[in-house]
Design a binder for this molecule. Structure first.
Ligand code: 6PG
Length: 225
C-alpha cells in the first residue's frame, strides 16, 4: 500500500519532506543509535538535499548510502555521488566519513558485491535500511531497475551491476530484496509529466519496476507545481 502525498508547490513539498525526514532519522537513532538512509540519484531530489544541507540534523548519527550509481568516475557530471556531494554534502568536510561510495573496485560487479558486504558490516545481515529515497523515471524505472533488465528479476543479491541497453550504460543498483526489506521507502516525484506513470504505478501496473516496491511503509511525495 502506497501513501500518496500531493503538494501544490516546492515550498510545501520541501517542508513536509524535511519534517518527515527529521522524524524518521530521529526515530531510527532512538531505536538503534544510527539512521541508515539510501539516497536517490537524478535531478528531482536536488532541492531537498540542498535544504537538508542547511538543516540542523544529528549528522554524526546518520550514514548515507546511494540507491544506485552510473558506472562513471565519481567526478563525472553524470555521477550521482558527485551530485550528492554538491548538494547534501556541500561545505560539510566530514560528510565523506559517513557517506558510502559505490566506487571501491575497478570492476562493476565486484564493486556491487563490495557494497553489499559493506552494508552487511555497517547495518547487519541482512541489511535493513531505515529510509530509502527513490525517484521514478518516465518508463517507470526506479533506482537503476529499468524495465526488461536483469536486475529487476534479481531475487537474492541486495546490490548488483546492471547492464541497461536503453541507456547504453552499466549501472550499479540496489534490488527489490533490499528495497522491500527497508523500514520506509519514499518516492520523490515532481512535475505533471510524471502523472501518467504515477497513475499506472498506483494502479499496480507491475510492468513498471517502481510498482514492485512494497516496503513496510511506502510513500509518494508528489510535487505538482
Ligand atoms: C538515477 C536515479 C533514477 C532517477 C529517475 C528520475 O540514477 O538517475 O536513480 O532512478 O531517480 O530516473 O530522475 P529525475 O529525478 O531526474 O526525473
Amino acid at each position: 500500500m502506497i501513501e500518496t502525498l500531493r503538494f501544490p508547490g516546492e515550498a510545501e513539498w520541501l517542508d513536509a519532506l524535511t519534517r518527515d525526514f527529521r522524524g524518521r532519522v530521529e526515530a531510527a537513532i532512538a531505536a538503534r543509535g544510527t539512521a541508515h538512509v539510501a539516497l536517490s540519484g537524478g535531478s528531482t531530489p536536488k532541492p531537498f538535499y540542498e535544504r537538508l544541507n542547511r538543516e540542523t540534523l544529528p549528522w554524526k548519527k546518520i550514514e548515507w548510502w546511494l540507491g544506485d550509481e552510473r558506472w562513471v568516475p565519481p567526478n563525472d557530471a553524470q555521477s550521482n555521488e558527485k551530485m550528492v556531494y554538491a548538494t547534501l554534502g556541500r561545505g560539510r568536510p566530514d560528510f565523506s566519513v559517513r557517506f558510502h561510495s559505490w566506487h571501491s573496485d575497478a570492476d562493476p560487479a565486484a564493486a556491487a558485491r563490495a557494497y553489499e558486504s559493506l552494508m552487511q558490516r555497517r547495518i547487519g545481515n541482512p541489511p535493513v535500511l531505515d529510509l530509502v529515497l527513490l525517484g521514478i523515471g518516465p518508463d517507470g524505472h526506479t533506482a537503476s531497475l529499468f524495465p526488461g533488465t536483469r536486475a529487476v528479476e534479481e531475487a537474492c543479491c541486495d546490490t548488483v551491476a546492471n547492464e541497461v541497453p536503453q541507456m547504453n550504460s552499466t549501472r550499479l543498483t540496489v534490488t527489490f530484496p533490499l528495497l522491500n526489506r527497508a523500514r520506509e521507502v519514499w518516492f520523490l516525484v515532481s512535475g505533471h509529466d510524471k502523472e501518467a506513470i504515477i497513475t499506472r504505478m498506483l494502479a499496480g501496473d507491475t510492468s513498471l519496476p517502481a510498482a514492485r516496491v512494497d516496503a513496510a511503509q511506502t510513500r509518494l511525495y508528489c510535487r505538482l507545481g
